[in-house]
Design a protein around this ligand. Sequence first.
Ligand code: 5GP
Ligand code: ZN
Length: 111
Amino acid sequence: MDCIFCKIAKKEIPSSAVLENDSLIAIKDINPQAPVHVLIIPKKHYTTLLDCKDKALFGDMLSAANEIAKKTGVHEKGFRVAINTNHEGGQTVLHLHMHLLAGRPLSGILG
Ligand code: 5GP
Ligand code: ZN
């Protein structure tokens, strides 16, 4: 499948992982919208949030956000996680992923 995040997860495209475990890989966003902008990407392909019923994976994704927030030192000031879904949700890469944004005040819903 010609999916950029599958290729990143399979290391067909090199990237430096902020965090990696059996179920996901977290990498810095190529076009950061905040000083800290990490993408938490399941290794298994799900096109959108709507396609995934794996509750353990959802737990893994939020636990990864927890860990990355502490690892990058943004946990105390604060951060945001978001899963854009489908066109009007702002999803541009059709492989489920969660954003972790931090390092500047995020006002409003999009900051
Ligand atoms: P979406 O808009 O689908 O929620 O988020 C997709 C994100 O993936 C965007 O923030 C975009 O900058 C990022 N992105 C797209 N292609 C790549 C890539 O090849 N490498 C990395 N690190 N980020 C990417
Ligand atoms: Zn994929």
